[in-house]
Design a protein around this ligand. Structure first.
Ligand code: BES
Ligand code: ZN
Length: 924
């Protein structure tokens, strides 16, 4: 069995054991693959510098280590919690709890370490816990108990030793604050019928279960949980399992839940609320919960409709039945991440679960399908089979991020979601994996210790590179073999008839998992020479290259060395080669100039010969090769010329992202005007096309992704000033302002229209938007307004809006960082947001520092536009000034920002002039 992997001893089925082993084998050799590891050693340490002072060498006490010792193993917990949904005499919201844990002693010890954070523990004879032995064993007396607050331990030192093989019962009573901090057991507030409602909810991942009750809070420390909640008569309590008993006592209800399966602490969840649910008879055990108004309004219907098919899909895919007897999904008004895969009680941000056909866009609907699919994928992968420690998180999140598209595709087969992975995984991953501050997917367990370091594991690398690399594996094995391999063993597939691999699965995968970055494949069609190179480092991968020659798909090629001659790739002057067919591989491709030219003319004469995802990838590769100065920038710019004929979403989206990068580099310089003129010319046919098929913008396109393209057409046409566009959007908004109760703007187009109108308008438009935001009863609508409010060009409005992000009455805490991000993406808002974040650094650090992964987003958002030496010096100064406070889970993000800014400065110096000249020459 692979080192570093934990597999529950009580797996439901043998198949899942094998599935786990299969994925384990992918990285099993990681431990012995020292060559690449040592190459990266310097980078690793650099990237994970922790703000917490290193433990002094002299202290070797167990409580000074972040990892629990292997002396004790929990069996089950009995936890009773009572959240108070009204303020106490001190004006605080609190919860009280009692908890017992039965654990077995594995190694002789006189010390109990158990996680406990911010809990106020009751004293029993001067100690914070009681200890008793089980089945006739006498427990040693407690000598002393104390808190190691930095490591978040309750330390219990004993007079004598615990005996291996014997079990003990540790009992605690405690109170905690039911704060609005989005961590552990916390409260959420919302208004209903003019009345303020309070609910109590949880978010345990990654290190917050210890904030709800004392526990052995590591993913490998699985146990059975018996949970009881005490709550007001008119409220409902939910947890991972179905309730066994509900007793109405004199003033409260006691809900006792059945024992869970053996599971990790981070997957525990409970909710006390007055929410309502919907279910359907044929959908066994599936319920969708939300605010009463939202349920009555039908906002849960879509989630209910897709949940059952998605569960069925994964049952088939994993060849294992859904492991639990019920599946609750609940939408919460305050939630830090998008969603959380608590076993049997999945929690969501409202926008990730609730859909209102009258006001939500089709993009909102797609988001729901993919998020639900992602979280349900975890019900098997992640929850049933769990990584032992957070260093291997990429497997968990990368896998779910890959299969979420398969599940969503099953529920919505006409949406083409699978193709979109190249935008949302591959290209996103490339963007950070091309930096020297990147890191390999696999991390040593010793490198991940503090809560901030754990939080940093929830990164684009883990999610998106993980997904892209697993997708590549699935593509070169073929999807049926990959899925089957999950049920047997991926090493066994080496022997599957029809699968010919040059090396074993783990030998191939190790290169992708243990080395950071990705290869650029260069194909010289004059000679047929194929070679690979990393942007910066001396690495080598085993690269599966699917490819085509003009009109003909060819056999897959494996590039196993730095460079090899592959005669079939030598082509004549009227042919071309296209590699990474269907973008199944995690690499970029470059060609000799002749082949580039021939690809460009193919695009311009008949682009449909080239698969749609490859059209997008040609663009993205070209722009990024140019940013790395591997090819000329004018070559990259020329890949956008064919867009005059392009009507598909994925290439346009890829183009837009690369052009946006240009916008933010150039919108403060003279290049801007010429660039606008060129883009206006390029988007005009698309705008006119959609004008026709939407009967002059009164309807929307019928195809799902066509609707996305329609949005691009409108927003790019308006931002580049295509005649008639702004008139349209502004008249729609005006009409709404005149009749606020009747918003006739199509939901798909609202984001664009709101932003455009608020940008063009002044205080009146802004105030109207703000009012509508406050009144919005559908979360997706509120987000559209919240982001549009950041579009104003009026500095004082932007500054006031920034202030609002520190006031939870105005902007919910869950939305603070993204709101600042929206403001920072506005050319006028950027410097204001940067000043604001710097000035309030301590506040944000306290609010988001240790845990939240939104914190790294905050840093990357406010520095996204940086491209001048002055901005770089500000960044470095900021890093220096706050070295003492540190950057917590934003440490990597800050390093990436410095590296990106440095690269942009250098690139701009060399490329600004040719870019200007090119746009001038191409402008009408
Ligand atoms: N397990 C995560 C949620 C999470 C993220 C908890 C970070 C703690 C820290 C969940 O499965 C997840 O990945 N959620 C995503 C949405 C998903 C569709 C990619 C999220 O919250 O953004
Ligand atoms: Zn996930």
């Amino acid at each position: 069995m692979g080192k570093g992997y934990y597999i529950s001893k009580h797996l439901a089925t043998a198949a899942m054991v094998l599935a786990a082993i299969a994925l384990v084998t992918i990285i099993a050799l990681s431990v012995v693959y020292n060559r690449e590891k040592s190459k990266n050693a310097a980078k690793f340490t650099n990237a994970t510098t922790s703000p917490v002072p290193p433990t002094p060498k002299t202290s070797n006490e167990p409580w000074d280590k972040y990892r629990l010792p292997d002396t004790l193993s929990p069996e089950y917990y009995n936890v009773t919690l009572w959240p108070r949904l009204v303020k106490n005499v001190n004006g605080m919201y609190i919860f009280t709890g009692i908890s017992g844990v039965m654990f077995t002693c594995v190694k002789k010890t006189d010390l109990i370490l158990i996680h406990s954070n911010k809990l106020n523990l009751t004293l029993f004879k001067g100690h914070h816990a009681k200890l008793t032995g089980q089945s006739g064993v006498t427990a040693p007396a407690i000598k002393t108990t104390w808190f190691q607050t930095e490591k978040q331990y309750l330390v219990i030192q004993l007079e004598g030793k615990l005996k291996p093989g014997k079990s003990y019962w540790l009992y605690t009573e405690f109170t905690g604050e039911l704060a609005d901090d989005l961590e552990g057991f916390y409260r959420s507030e919302y208004m209903e019928d003019g009345e303020k409602k309070i609910i109590a909810i949880t978010q345990m991942q990654a290190t917050y279960a210890r904030k709800a009750f004392p526990c052995f809070d590591e993913p490998g420390m699985k146990a059975v949980f018996h949970i009881t909640l005490i709550h007001d008569l008119e409220t409902t309590a939910l947890s991972n399992k179905t309730e066994n008993v509900i007793v109405d006592e004199t003033a409260v209800t006691r809900t006792i839940f059945g024992p869970t399966k053996k599971m990790s602490t981070y997957l525990v969840a409970f909710v006390v609320s007055d929410f309502k649910y919907i279910s359907a008879k044929d959908k066994k055990g599936v319920r969708i919960w939300a605010r009463k108004k939202a349920i009555e309004d039908g906002q849960g219907d879509y989630a209910l409709k897709i949940t059952q098919p998605i569960l069925e899909f994964f049952e088939k895919y994993y060849n294992t039945s859904y492991p639990l007897s019920k599946s609750d999904q609940i939408a919460l008004p305050d939630f830090n991440s998008g969603a959380m895969e608590n076993w049997g009680l999945v929690t969501y941000r409202e926008t990730a679960l609730l859909y209102d056909p009258r006001t939500s866009a089709n993009g909102n609907k797609q988001r729901i399908a993919t998020v639900v699919s992602h979280e349900l994928a975890h019900m098997w992968f992640g929850n049933l089979v769990t990584v032992k420690w957070w260093n291997d998180l990429w497997l968990n999140e990368g896998f779910a991020s890959y299969v979420e598209y398969l599940g969503a595709d099953y529920a919505e087969p006409t949406w083409n979601t699978k193709d979109q992975t190249i935008l949302y995984d591959l290209q996103r991953a490339f963007a950070v994996d091309s930096l020297t501050s990147s890191h390999p997917l696999s991390r040593k367990k010793e490198e991940v210790n503090t809560p901030s370091e754990i939080s940093e594991m929830f990164s684009t690398i883990s999610y998106s590179k993980g997904a892209a690399v697993l997708k590549m594996l699935s593509e070169f094995l073929t999807e049926p073999v990959f899925a089957k391999g999950l049920g047997v063993s991926l090493t066994a597939v080496d022997q599957t008839p029809g699968v010919k691999l040059p090396y074993s699965v783990h030998e191939i995968m190790n290169r992708w998992i243990l080395q950071m970055g990705f290869p650029v494949i260069t194909i010289d069609t004059r000679t047929g020479n194929v070679s690979q190179k990393h942007f910066l480092l001396d690495y080598e991968w085993f690269v599966p290259i699917k490819w085509m020659k003009k009109h003909q798909v060819q056999d897959q090629l494996w590039l196993l060395q730095k460079s090899a001659l592959h005669k079939p790739m030598k082509v004549s002057k009227d042919e071309w080669v296209l590699a990474n067919l269907h973008v199944s591989g995690y690499f970029r491709v470059n060609y000799d100039l002749g082949n580039w030219e021939r690809l460009l003319s193919q695009l311009e004469s008949d682009h449909q010969v080239i698969p749609v995802v490859n059209r997008a990838q040609i663009l993205d590769d070209a722009f990024n090769l140019a940013r790395a100065s591997i090819i000329n920038i004018t070559l990259a710019l020329r890949t956008t010329k064919y867009l005059l004929h392009e009507r598909e979403y994925i290439p346009w989206e890829a183009a837009l992202r690369n052009l946006n990068y240009f916008f933010q580099l150039f919108d403060r310089s003279e290049v801007y005007g010429a660039m606008q003129a060129y883009l206006k010319k390029q988007v005009k046919p698309l705008f006119e096309y959609f004008g026709i098929i939407s009967s002059n913008w009164t309807t929307v396109a019928s195809g799902h992704t066509d609707q996305f393209t329609q949005i691009i057409a409108l927003s790019l046409a308006c931002s580049t000033g295509v005649e008639g566009c702004r008139e349209l959007t502004r008249s729609w908004f005006k009409k709404w302002m005149q009749n606020p109760h009747n918003n006739t703007i199509h939901p798909n187009l609202r984001s664009t229209v709101y932003c455009d109108a608020i940008a063009a308008g002044g205080t009146e438009e802004w105030n109207f938007g703000w009012q509508m935001f406050q009144k919005a009863t559908v979360a997706a609508e509120a987000v559209k307004l919240r982001s549009a409010l950041a579009c104003t060009k009026v500095p004082w409005l932007l500054n006031r809006y920034l202030e609002y992000t520190m006031n939870p009455e105005k902007i919910r805490k869950q939305d603070a960082t993204s709101t600042i991000g929206y403001i920072a993406s506005n050319i006028i808002g950027q410097p204001l947001a940067w000043d604001f974040v710097r000035a309030n650094w301590d506040y944000f650090f306290k609010l988001y520092g240790t845990g939240s992964f939104t914190f790294s987003r905050l840093i990357s958002d406010v520095t996204y536009r940086f491209c001048t030496p002055f901005e770089l010096s500000q960044l470095k100064r900021f890093q220096k000034d706050n070295a003492e406070t540190g950057f917590g889970s934003g440490t990597q993000a800050l390093q990436q920002a410095i590296e990106k800014t440095t690269a942009k400065i250098k690139w701009l110096a060399e490329n600004k002039e040719p870019v200007l000249q090119w746009f001038l020459s191409e402008s009408p």
